[in-house]
Design a protein around this ligand. Structure first.
Ligand code: ATP
Length: 541
């Protein structure tokens, strides 16, 4: 594999060679699925599968369009939506404009606006706000237009990033021009670098003057991952990016600690603020990653505390997520100044690179049976399984831990070290299957995940989008299977809508179900455990 693509897609890498004897057991039907396949920057359109006549399906208009046209390879992420033809056309138009003598500045301004609009259309970028800077044409523009230091461009190149993703094209110039922004872009489309890159460029040089940027993430694992990604970008500079850990909250003297960028969960940062251990008054940049989650009722107080502590009047705040409910937009508008709104593609839709399927499992017994059967037929690791609670995660783990599928588990009852271990072992390919609660449903970048299984139906449409978005990242294809029982049927339609808008087929009977307003759908479910009660109690703790 080329060095560049190794760096880019070297996340979860299932080592078939190392685990050959075990894997042989599952080999038959996985052979064709190239789980180790290199990521292709030239993503082919999804192959159409023949539809059984008996099963009438509703096909979204987007999919119909795709079906009627010949499959054309699309360069870059699927979300780029940029064909070579469109790029060539753009270049030709640019040339014509350059050749014209600019006599009238107003005319030139109009032309520039037209060019920006074209470029936005090409990448499905939708913006609202005043005086929005043009999208980036390339990473090289970071240095020609914004005086970006060489180390950032070198690091981007080393990561194998050839061109900015659509969210990076638009969010980076907005933040570099000193504007606040709230952005919604699909899962796995590069939002992390869209906020870290401009932050580092604007901070210019490292300083011992205190914390100048804060990134908030709703979960520890995500905060750790963001810190790791950030560190890749500061290689060769003297910047210090720190992750707020428990020991740091307890013992560190932040006035003596060199820290340019601090990455934390809201809870840990609030603790440090309340203990008067940290001064955030010089913070110039505040990023709320997974902002809709951070604005949930349970986290609001902590967020409020952090936002207040970041008291610098010229602070630039930005919000990023793959889902942006209207209520969060409203909240964002009320706290931000002259913010620009950026949406890539359509708001609140699932990644189009994930093939989604709904499976009726009947009962809890049926789910376990279906899972075992699908593993026996073809296990194409890495596989991520989501359940609705930590109790159910433990139960499912107890059922699967002795089987030859190398299962791991992660939930909020585990101590931090064990949570970290679970993620690391899964990334390293030592665990093939990871059973998880929603603690890792957002933001986690396990690049090679072939399949996400919603063992328990997700509690909301946004949970569905984030869960299945752990697969099909950075232009890769993936699969998502959602089990449902009678209890979940009233909520099927909501998921079906999300499936349709990302180009998946849905049986017509589901589309004719009534839409139901859902808050949190977490029904009481029968136990997963097949063991007698006495045994179960022994193993649960
Ligand atoms: N310009 C780029 N070119 C190619 N790959 C990129 C580029 N920018 C980021 N990536 C890669 O894309 C993957 C997904 O990026 P990232 O984790 O930032 O997605 P995200 O949009 O934040 O997803 P989520 O909504 O799930 O949090 C990462 O592996 C990252 O390294």
């Amino acid at each position: 594999m080329e060095k560049s693509s190794y760096f880019l897609f070297g996340g979860t890498n299932f080592n078939k060679k190392k685990f050959a004897p075990d894997f042989a057991k599952f080999k038959n039907s996985t052979e064709d699925d190239d789980s180790n396949k290199k990521v292709n920057f030239f993503v082919e359109e999804e192959e159409d599968t023949e539809q059984p006549e008996a099963e009438k399906v509703v096909v979204s208009s987007k999919k119909r369009k795709r079906r009627s046209s010949n499959s054309v390879p699309v360069e870059g992420f699927d979300v780029f939506k940029s064909s070579k033809k469109a790029r060539a056309k753009g270049k030709a138009e640019e040339q014509i404009t350059k050749n014209e003598i600019v006599e009238n500045p107003k005319k030139e301004l109009n032309r520039q606006m037209e060019r920006d609009a074209l470029s936005r259309k090409q990448y499905s970028i939708h913006v609202s706000g005043n005086n929005i800077p043009p999208p980036l044409k390339s990473f090289a523009e970071l240095s020609s237009r914004y005086g970006c230091e060489g180390y950032i461009l070198r690091n981007l190149a080393e990561l194998g990033f050839k061109e900015p993703t659509p969210i990076q094209r638009q969010a980076i110039p907005i933040l570099l021009s000193g504007r606040e922004c709230f952005a919604c872009a699909p899962t796995g489309s590069g939002k992390t670098f869209a906020f870290i890159c401009p932050m580092l460029i604007k901070l210019k040089r490292p300083s011992t003057d205190g914390i100048r940027a804060v990134i908030l993430s709703p979960a520890r694992e995500l905060a750790a991952q963001t810190a790791r990604e950030g560190k890749k970008l500061i290689k060769g500079s003297n910047f210090h990016i720190r992750l707020m850990t428990k020991p740091l909250v307890k013992t560190a003297d932040f006035s003596k600690l060199w820290c340019d960028v601090l990455i934390s969960t809201p809870m840990r940062l609030k603790r440090a603020i309340k203990a008067k251990k940290i001064d955030l008054s010089k913070v110039e940049y505040l990023v709320l990653d997974e902002s809709d989650k951070l604005f949930e009722q349970s986290l609001l107080k902590q967020i409020d505390c952090v936002v207040k502590a970041c008291s610098n009047p010229s602070i630039i705040r930005s919000l990023f997520s793959a889902t942006l409910p209207d209520s969060v937009e409203e909240l964002a508008r009320s706290i931000m100044h002259d913010a620009v709104r950026v949406i890539i593609g359509r708001k609140n839709t699932a990644s189009e690179t994930v093939k989604q399927k709904l499976v009726f499992a009947g009962s809890e017994e049926g789910k376990l049976l279906a899972l075992r059967q699908s593993f026996a037929e073809s296990l194409n690791p890495p596989v991520l399984i989501f359940v609705q609670s930590k109790e159910r995660a433990k139960e499912l783990y107890d059922e699967l831990k002795c089987e030859n599928i190398r299962a791991g588990v992660i939930h909020s009852d585990l101590p931090p070290g064990e949570r970290e271990n679970a993620v690391d072992q899964f990334r390293a390919g030592e665990k093939w299957v990871l059973i998880a609660t929603d603690v890792i449903a957002r933001g986690m970048d396990f690049k090679g995940i072939n399949c996400v299984i919603n063992y328990d139906f997700p509690d909301s449409a946004s949970a569905y989008i984030h869960r299945i978005g752990r697969s099909g990242r950075a232009g890769r294809s993936g699969e998502a299977i959602t089990f449902y029982t009678e209890q979940d049927v009233p909520f099927l339609r909501n998921i079906a809508n999300t499936m349709m808008s990302s180009g998946c087929e849905v049986p017509s009977w589901i589309m004719s179900l009534k839409k139901k307003k859902w808050r949190k759908h977490r029904p009481r479910r029968d136990s997963i455990s097949t063991k007698p009660k006495a045994d179960k109690n022994d193993t649960d703790e």
